[in-house]
Design a binder for this molecule. Sequence first.
Ligand code: SF4
Length: 303
Amino acid sequence: MQVDRVIPSGYCKGVINAINLARKARQQHPDSKIYIMGMLVHNHYVVEAFAQLGIITLYDPHRSKIQLLDGIDEGVVIFTAHGIDPKISQYALNKGLTVIDATCSDVTKNALLCRQYLDKGYDILYIGKANHPESEAVLALSERIHLISSLPDIDKLPLSGRPILVTNQTTMSLLDTAQLIEAIRERFPGCEVVEEICPATRKRQQAILDLEGYDTLIVVGDPRSNNTAQLASIARGRIEHIYKVEKAADLLDCDLSASHKVAVTAGASTPSYLTDQVINYLRTGDPDYLRIDISKVIQLQEV
Ligand code: SF4
């Protein structure tokens, strides 16, 4: 069986920056409590690795970020690469917490675009995923930003008569976003479109679209990671067998008996170490690669 790594895949610059900021925070505040608001990246092994450094992830889908902050009286709080509602970071500052903002520059650029168009009087149609931290942060900017997650959302939109900007979450699928933009253009022919899929997401998806001759794709990543899910979704109908795994041990549940040429990719939030384990196990069958050393999960390597 031939096994090839898809290039590029894995950690992007925004994730590397966020992990570096969190590690630096531990060095600079050795005696402080340090919290991350939400998952620094959508990968629970990364969460575990930070827990080993005494950095606690605040995550509870049943409580708001303000409620989570209410449980903290002192220390450092890190906001993730996905961006944060400015009202929430101000709330943390007002509580006397030290705030570290790891928002990715591509996410900041998109938020700035939205603010500029809101100031110009536009309504914004934002193509994104419901309840994702990046879309939540953008939607918090104004009630004039409307989330579009699927085609039916377009028909439900109220017609305000204001000019319309169409933009999107940075980690969306190239193909799904293009389809939604086309449908929005049909309903609102005069709309302006600024497509904002970030370069890292675009390159990782394009690398999948460019694959030729592979019968199997293995996508390594956490089930909660949007960019990982998009890599699998973009391959559907192009590659016969697609498996999503979190770690090498999950390969034991995959039937690879009909696989001859295997490509391995990983979302921008997937530790390179876990992808290496998957590739090495596929190539050698050595059970050592099924074991995970959590301390290696936040070693950094951009591919
Ligand atoms: S996926 Fe793109 S927007 Fe998100 S952190 Fe990485 S580079 Fe930034």
